[in-house]
Structure formats: structure tokens, C-alpha cells
Design a protein around this ligand. Sequence first.
Ligand code: ADP
Length: 467
Amino acid sequence: MSLRVRVAVWIAGAVLLCGVVLLLMVREGVRQALIHELDANLRAEADEILLEREQLVGQPERLHEIMELQALGHTDRTWYSQLLDAQGREIYSTTTTPVLRPRLAHLPAGQPESVNNYRVVERTSTVGEQPLAVVRVGTSLASIQDDMSRIDRQVMFAALSVLILAPVAGFVLATASLRPITEMSEQTAKLQPQNLEARLPLRGANDELDRLATVINGLLGRISIYVGDHRGLMANAAHQLRTPLAAIRSCVEVILGEDENSPENRDTLLKVIEQIESLESLVNQLLLLAETEVGNLRPAAEQIRLDDLLQRSFDMFEAVAESRGVTLQLGHVAQAAVQGNLHHLRQVVNNLIDNAIKFTAIREVGPRTISIGLNRREHAGLVELQISDTGIGISPKHLPHIFDRFYRADAARRNDGGVGGNGLGLSIVKAVVESHGGEVQVKSVAGEGTTFTIRLPLASAEVLQSP
Ligand code: ADP
């Protein structure tokens, strides 16, 4: 269950509970107010009869008449009064007095009581401590019950409305209160490891969410320093390795130049140079990878003519491809400039063409062609570079991993007939393209061929500059 639904259920539950408790309290309050009013009336009427009784001593008929008139004057036909002597014997009773008279067990003087669905009050007139007469006045509780059932219907209607409105209110309130969290998670999802400088915006409310954003920003800051240190370390290590490697290489070349080397030694020295070359290539690739990742090592971006760059790479690889039985074709090449780093972009193009040649040349049967094209996608503000080969292709099992560092599919890794490489080429391609705000796409069918597509943003003002 999502947090939003849970919060909505809590709010709905709380609203429902408060609503029902409030309605019940109001209902009880109204009931008590009605009874209180009735009690006050009954008390006043009983006192009135006692007063009349005192004034009409010796005129019992007149008193009875007044009591009867009082009963008739009530719209409520259940109203009645009784006059009792000091011993509790009935002296007089109105005609409306119910046959089954409510029996009063022990009425504290003047305290109204509910008996047999009647509300009854008893008042006593005394001379000193001696009771002289007792007056009872009562009325049925039916009218109050009628009022209460009308109120109950209203309460039920209100409760039903609360029942329907509470979930709606809960959902609306939950959505509104969780909106900042939703926005924050959307912004957090947009954070990329390539751009660890990005931070979550603070809303300025200085509330829990702002504090959470501050905590996340602090964590991002620490991660950024940590990752920066590591990337710097890789860049430094790769950089430091270049000088000793170059020194070793020149020493070996000096020894190789000497005449007294036996043919076996020459062979060994040539193999050493070959290994140094592949080490140099690995170090250069690691350095380039580190450079693309450490933003501050990247030289200032310049306008690069991608079409010229492509033409130069094509010229460089054409003969190599031919020597390996592969036809390199240059299709439509549109004029296009991008903003970026020439050295890094050249490496991207070279890596892709080099791979295409490598993995097409090892194909035993079928066509061996590589097509290269460059097209502008003006509406999207992009330039699209495509390199398609009819090589061995990449199986779906390997496809998701080919951009991982040091990843090589089976055919490339095989010792017998495997092709050279260190598995860094495509990770460099991806890192460079993404650091230029572009994207890489690959489509491949095992045994048929592979197409790499690179999209880069066109330079905003195309001041074309040749590489
Ligand atoms: P490397 O070429 O040094 O092995 P890459 O990172 O350039 O490393 O490529 C990773 C893997 O992706 C390769 O080992 C290979 O299996 C596969 N691959 C790359 N390009 C192609 C291609 N054009 N055709 C077939 N497989 C390819």
C-alpha cells in the first residue's frame, strides 16, 4: 500500500471518528437540553399549583378547576397533575392523569425523574418540618422522543455524509501534503552519478522536508568528494604510469637496436615492445576515461566539425579495413558541428570503427561491410552518427553489458582467434558521449551485424572549425 493511500486512510479514519464523536455529543447535548427545559417547566407548574393551593385553602373545587384548566391549556395531552395529602394519598388528580400512574420510588424533593416513559416532578409544601401537601406534575417523554428521532435522522444523514466525504478529504489532503515528497523523489531520481554537483532545491519553509533535503544534499556532497578523490586517483595513477612506460619502451628499443642480439632475443624484445604498447594503450584509455569523469580535468569545450573528424578517421582506417578484407563505406555525411573535446570525440569515432573492423573481419562467411553516416536531426537539435557493420553481432545475453568496463563478449575473449582489446573501448564511448550531453544506442543481431548510433547536441551557433 503506498504511503499516499495509507495517509489518506489515516486522515479518513480520524475525520470519521471525530465526525461521529462530535455528532453523538451534539445529539446528547440536544437531548439533555430538551429534558432540562421540560424539567424547568414541570417544576414551575408544580410550584404554581402549590401557590394556588395555599391561596385557595378551603376552596378545593376552585383549586381543582384551576388544575383542570392548567391541564387543558397544554397542547401536550399527556400532561397531568396530582395533589396528595401529607401521607401520600391522592386528593385530586386531573383527567389526563394516566391510568397506570408512574410510581415514584423515592423522589428527592424537587428532583425530576423518568418513570414509565413519563417525566415527573414532585413538590412538597411544608409548615416548619411538617409536610402539608404534595403536588406531582408529569408529562410523557414521547414528544421529546419524537424530537430525538427527528434529530437522529439528521445525525444519520450527517454521519453518512461524513462517511462519504472523509475518504475524499483524506485522499485530497494526503495528495497535497505528500506533494513536496513526490517532487523531492522526482528530483532525486534525476540526479546522475556523472553530475554529482547537482543538489536538491530547498523550499525555504524550513520544515522537515527542507531538513531532509539538506541531509540528502550533505550526503551528496560527501559522495561527490569521495568519488572525486577516487576518479582523481585513477587519473593520477594512469598519468604517472605513462612516463615509466615510455622510459621502458625506449630502453627496450635501444637494446633492440644493438647488432649482437641473437634472433631469439630479438623476438623476445619485439614481444616485450608489443606488451608495452598494449599497456600504453590501456593506460591511455584509463586516463581518458578518468578525464571524462573528472569534470575539472576536461579542457574547455570547443566547436568540433564532426564531418571532418569522421572523414579523417575514415581515411585512417580505410586501408586497415581493406587489408583485413572489410569494405569501409562512407555514406551521407552532413556538415555538423558539436561543442566538445576534439581528442575525446575522435577516440569515440575511432573506437567504434576499430570495433566494427575487428568484429567484421573475424566473420568467416557472408558480407563484410561497414557503413558510416552522419545526419542532422534539425528538429531535435541533434546530429546522429551511425556505424553499421555486417560482423559477428552481439547476442542478447551480452548486449546489456557491452558498455561495462573491461567487459568482453565470448568471441572477443577467446584465446584461439579472439580479437585484441581490453574491454574499455565502449565504456569510453559511453562516458564521452554522455559527458557531451548525448546518448549511445546499439542494435545488434548475432551472426548478422551491429549498428551503433550516437546522438550529440548540435552546437548552438555553428561556427564551424576544422579539426
Ligand atoms: P574491446 O573491443 O576492447 O573488447 P569494447 O568495450 O570496445 O572492448 O567492446 C566490448 C565488447 O563488445 C567487445 O569485446 C565485443 O564483444 C562487443 N562488441 C563491441 N563492438 C562490437 C561490434 N561492432 N560487433 C560485435 N561485437 C562488438
